[in-house]
Design a protein around this ligand. Structure first.
Ligand code: ADP
Ligand code: FRU
Length: 287
């Protein structure tokens, strides 16, 4: 069990389940609707907390009713929110269409809220944590956070999620113990397969564990040994909800590595957990 601090963005997810994904300009009635806390980091922490870790979230929470809902829900999950900063503004909101036919999730995201800054981060008592997990965003401020950790607490390990291609996101690679890449990021940079992508990163980052989830094809990783590892996806009886599959995969992988499973075992455990998640609504009962 580790004390984990996650730094990122919390969203309100408004999830409409529809029988089939609509065509443009169509009017369609949803089968059901739910509201839930979202955001890659909160989702990953929600799963890590269920897996037995003590998690805390650091991010901005808006001073509106949705912001209060987010803070309350995270607290109910057992996730600490005392390092969050409350700011004036509107809660970032994702409008999500979940197709019952295919399990796909289509996200339209709206945000105007400022991001968690280095000044906010510098107030946190970092020595209380065993692991830091960063969303790869807000690059200038996040880089200042990483530099600060490297200087002040050189033995505190961290992971960074590299999901969306953003200008200068590569500045966040150095010094991470684990980098969690998305297929989207690799594809954006012209890679048709994860193996070549990871191999090309290896020479500049030989001691960082590099992981890349690849949807239904499972996931790949490359660690110190320089050997590519692969685990196939785990297919549930029915794909119900793929929202946050990648976030669940990341939680499963971090949990497995924190428990000292090998790189191959960790990939397999992460794929199993993400697959189980795809077979159910939301993130309940993944522990
Ligand atoms: P994201 O949620 O970021 O789009 P991915 O699609 O890369 O993430 O999926 C992350 C992991 O979740 C994959 O490595 C795989 O193990 C699992 N996964 C994703 N989609 C499915 C699916 N349809 N069936 C089973 N497992 C899946
Ligand atoms: C899923 C998710 C949602 C959120 C969106 C933000 O991975 O974190 O919960 O609305 O992505 O990009």
């Amino acid at each position: 069990m580790a004390k984990i601090l996650g730094i990122g963005t919390a969203t309100l997810d408004i999830i409409n389940t529809v029988e089939y994904y609509p065509t443009e300009d169509e009017e369609r009635r949803a089968l059901s609707q739910r509201r839930s806390v979202g955001g890659n980091c909160p989702n990953t922490l929600t799963v890590l907390q269920q897996l037995g870790h003590k998690c805390a979230f650091a991010g901005i929470v808006a001073d509106d009713p949705d912001g209060q809902f987010i803070a309350q829900q995270l607290k109910l999950e057992g996730i600490k929110v005392n390092n969050c900063r409350v700011a004036k503004g509107k809660t970032p909101t994702s409008y999500i269409t979940l197709s019952r036919a295919t399990g796909t999730r289509t996200i339209v995201h709206y945000r105007t809220l400022p991001e968690f800054s280095f000044a906010d981060f510098a107030k946190i008592k970092l020595s209380a944590f065993d692991w830091l997990h960063f969303e790869g965003r807000n690059i200038t401020e996040t880089l200042r956070m990483l530099t600060f950790v490297r200087e002040k607490l050189p033995s505190l390990p961290w992971s960074v999620e590299i999901e969306k291609p953003r200008a200068n996101i590569e500045n966040l690679f150095e010094g991470a113990t684990i980098l969690l890449f998305s297929r989207h990021y690799a594809a954006y940079h012209g890679y048709a397969e994860a193996q070549t992508f990871l191999q090309e990163l290896h020479s500049s980052l030989p001691h960082t564990e590099k992981v890349c989830a690849w949807g239904k094809e499972g996931a790949y990783a490359l660690g110190d040994g320089g050997e590519i590892k692969h685990a196939p996806a785990f297919f549930p009886p029915q794909v119900v909800d793929t929202l946050g599959a990648g976030d669940t995969f990341n939680a499963g992988f971090l949990d497995a590595r924190l428990r000292n499973h090998s790189l191959s075992e960790s990939l397999a455990l992460a794929c199993q957990l993400a697959g189980r998640k795809c077979g159910q609504q939301g993130f309940k009962d993944l522990g």
